[in-house]
Every structure is written in C-alpha cells, then in structure tokens.
Design a protein around this ligand. Structure first.
Ligand code: GUN
Ligand code: ZN
Length: 432
C-alpha cells in the first residue's frame, strides 16, 4: 500500500543558523509513502507523473496546510503527566513535594499501562512523533511505555530511572537492582522495532557513587544506548550535588568520573555551566538539552544557546513535561524565543523549526532516520495549520512570507495547529 500525500512540504537539510540554503520547500508538494518510509518527495506534478493513479495508491490532500517532519522531544518525564502545573516550588522542593510521590504511584498495578496510552495520545495530538522519556524507577513503567509505543510503531527512547538515595523509599532502587532491571529492559527492548533504550541515572543527587559506577558499567556494556540525566538546572541543586561529591571538580566531572560522557549523553537543562564543563561537553560531544517552559516555570535560569553553540556543543530542545508546562513543541519554541530574548539572542523561525525536527534528530544521532522528509527516512510527519485559531487566522491575514507563517505558528500555535500526525505513514488523529 502506497500513499501520495499532498501539501506544502518543508524539510531542512542543513542548519539555518549556519547556512542560507538550509531547507527545501514545495508550495505544491507531495510525499510518497510506502511501508512506513518516505519513498519520494518533490513537487506534486512530478510525483503525480511518476506515480499515476493505481489501485494500491491512496491519495490524501492536505492543502493548504504545511507538512513538516514530526517534532522530536528530547527530554520529558512519562510519570509526570499528572505533575504538570504543580504550584509554588523550585526544583528540589518540587521533586520532593509533588514529583516523587506521583512517580511512586507507578508501582500500582495497571497505572503505568493506562498512563502510557494517555501519554502517547498527548504526544501525537501535539505533533510529537518521537520522545526521549524518563520513566519511573519501576521497570514496569518503561515496560508499559515501550509496549504502548511498539503497538503504535512509534519511535521511543526511554529508560527507567536509576535512583538509590535522597528520595522516598517507594521510588528507590539499589545499585544492583537498578543495574539488573535496566539490563533486562535493554535486552528486551533496545533495538526492537523502533524502540531504543536510554540508560537513565536520574541525576547525581539521587545516585550514590556505587550506583553511578553501575550506570557506567551499563554504558560500557551497551555503547549504542543513549544516556540521559540532568545537569546544572538550579543553583541549590548544584550546591547539594557538589556537597555529595566533594572530590568532583564540577558537576559534569561526576558524570565524567563514571564514564558517561559521549555523544550519546543527553544532559537536561545545562544552564549554570562552568567554562570547563562547556569545553568538556564540546570535546566529548555530550549534548545539552534546553527545556524552556520548565526553566521558566521552576525559575531555574536562562539557557545560553549561542554560547554553547559557539563553544561547539550540540543542543536539543525539549518540553521537560512535567516540570515543563506544555506538550507542544510550538509552545516550547515560543518560550525558547523569549528566554533567548532575555539573553540578547534571537531564535529565527527557520532555526526554531529546524531545531524541533532535524536539530533534535542530530542531537540523538538519528538524522538518517527521523527529523526530515528525506527519502529513505521514516514517514513521521505532521500537518500544520497556521490559521487554527481566530487570533492566528486574523494575524495570518498580514503574513506574506513562509518565515512569517512559521513564526506565527511558533508563537501562537499549540495542539490546535496540528491537523494530523503520521507515525510510520499511519495517520494517528481521528480527523484531519
Ligand atoms: N532533576 C532530577 N529529576 C528531575 C525532574 O524530574 N525534573 C526536572 N526538571 N529536573 C530534575
Ligand atoms: Zn527532566
């Protein structure tokens, strides 16, 4: 079965911050999808001529909407779907007051599978086709998320958190059980269909040196797994971390000591960094992940996109649900724009949409599979409507360029702008 999908196609093949010629846009474009992959993309007339009507060819017309690669969310917490919008705390209080008790509920029979379906429903409703997710400490939370994602043929990168101190008993593992449970999940899920495992020591505060050692062992044994953790999000967090690891030169040094630094490592937040840390991230290829809505909501600080870029650090951008306040990568780009304004930096709409698609794929080392509309890649894409609310439709009356349309989506758009989400070629939303 093949599908010829018509619309205004936009896909990046380079970073607009680095080059003028960064994307391909077809005003009357089309994508040919076969077996979950993009077979061809180009002007509709060319594809129509090459692929004439046939019994096994379905045609779908999404004009006048934009078709872009699905969004990739490079940092979020699956067990925090019911933590979003918890009042009045900064990071450490927020974890203790709201987050750890909520994550404890994932031990209950049936809770994780129920939440996994809702979580994936929310992702596709917001146009996110791949997420990198922290699960709870309980292996059944990762099991539930992978099972639900596999059933939808959705590419997930996830891992159960390893945490063995400074949290309630109900959300703790031990160095050995954290290792054993992670290992079993890797063996079952890593590389099965579109599922991938991320080794997930939560952060240095909640892992003893013994557990960090076990995390390092997993990394050595499974060098093709991603690794996800948190770095320098909040000043109290940094001070507590350095108390717990008095030998460390700085926060990043803890992760380096246990062998976690590489281009597979995703360091959520990475806000308050020392020059040495930035230099080591660049040298080792370790990724920073910008979480704008979370950084504002928890009062954590202002990410330095341009500074990290100039130093040679690759950054992803992410929602950080449930410290973050929106599942929408559009709203994430909106808040990202405002944070960079406060830094005297500018997030151009081309750079923004590149970041949420191909840029995040590059951060994951997966740009040959996801994040673009290039032939041979997975058919994960979204249909975007820049007139999805009355306010946007009114504003669009005065938009003349593609860049303006994208910026309206970036600043005013949310899940209402997502008309359809295709995962491996399958439409996931009820009504296009
Ligand atoms: N640092 C350690 N755990 C968390 C978490 O769940 N959310 C955020 N925002 N930061 C963290
Ligand atoms: Zn996080």
């Amino acid at each position: 079965m093949r599908q010829l999908i018509q619309g205004r196609t936009l896909s990046f093949h380079a970073d607009p911050t680095e080059t003028e010629n960064a994307f391909t846009y077809h005003e009357d474009g089309a994508i040919l999808v076969e077996n979950g992959k993009i077979l061809a993309i180009g002007p509709y007339a060319d594809l129509r001529a090459k692929y004439p009507p046939a019994p096994d060819l379905t045609e779908i017309d999404h004009r006048p909407h934009l078709i872009l690669p699905g969004f990739i969310d490079t940092h979020m917490h699956f067990p925090q779907v019911q933590v979003v919008a918890s009042w009045g705390a900064q990071l450490l209080d927020w974890l203790n007051t709201y987050t750890f008790p909520e994550e404890a509920r994932f031990a209950q029979q049936g809770h994780a599978p129920a939440m996994a379906e809702k979580f994936l429903d929310l992702l596709v409703a917001h146009g996110t086709t791949t997420a990198v997710a922290f699960c709870s400490v309980h292996p059944q939370s990762a099991e539930a998320l992978f099972s639900a994602a596999e059933a939808r043929n959705m590419a997930m990168i996830a891992g159960k958190v390893m945490m063995d101190r400074n949290a309630p008993e109900a959300v703790l593992d031990t160095p050995q059980s954290g290792y054993d449970d992670s290992k079993a999940l890797i063996e079952k899920w890593h590389g099965r269909g579109r599922q991938r495992y991320a080794i997930t020591p939560r952060f240095a505060i909640t892992s003893t040196p013994e557990q960090m050692e076990m995390a390092g062992q997993l990394v050595r044994e499974h060098p093709d797994c991603h690794i996800q953790t948190h770095l320098s999000e909040n000043l109290d967090e940094i001070a507590f971390t350095l108390d717990l690891y008095p030998e460390a030169r700085d926060y990043l040094d803890i992760y380096e000591t246990y062998g976690l630094l590489s281009d597979k490592l995703l360091l959520g937040h990475s806000i308050h960094l020392e020059p040495r840390e930035i230099a080591r991230m660049a040298e080792t290829g370790s990724r920073a992940v910008f979480c704008p809505t979370s950084n504002l909501f928890l009062g954590s600080g202002l990410f330095d996109e341009a500074g990290l870029r100039a130093a040679g650090v690759v950054s992803g951008i992410a929602t950080d649900i449930g410290g973050g306040t929106s599942y929408s990568m559009l709203q994430t780009l909106n808040e990202g724009y405002k944070i960079l304004q406060l830094r005297g930096q500018k997030l151009h709409p081309f750079a923004a949409f590149h970041w949420a698609t191909r840029g995040n794929a590059i951060a994951l080392g997966m740009e040959d599979q996801i994040g673009t509309l290039a032939p041979g890649t997975d058919a994960d894409f979204i249909v975007l409507d820049a007139r999805s609310t009355p306010a946007m439709a009114l504003r669009m009356e005065r938009a003349e360029t593609l860049a303006e349309e994208l910026f309206i989506l970036q600043i005013m758009g949310d899940d209402r702008a997502i008309r359809q989400t295709y995962v491996a070629g399958q439409p996931m939303l009820a009504d296009a």
